[in-house]
Design a protein around this ligand. Structure first.
Ligand SMILES: [Zn+2]
Length: 55
């Protein structure tokens, strides 16, 4: 279980999840990418598709 950095809601992370998988907060809809940490999983904000890359 990790906490959404946007709204502090708990996001369920299945134990068979893989690093790099995208999880979505069911409360605010924010997307995060799973990263591996010592205690298990953590999250970082996922790259938003369609973001302006500054071309
Ligand atoms: Zn949230």
């Amino acid at each position: 279980m990790v906490k959404c950095t946007e709204c502090d809601a708990e996001i369920k992370v299945p134990s068979d999840s893989l690093v790099g998988e995208i999880v979505t907060c069911s409360d605010c809809g924010a997307s995060y990418e799973l990263i591996k940490v010592e205690e298990g999983f953590s999250i970082k904000p996922a790259q938003v598709v369609g973001e302006d890359w500054g071309q």
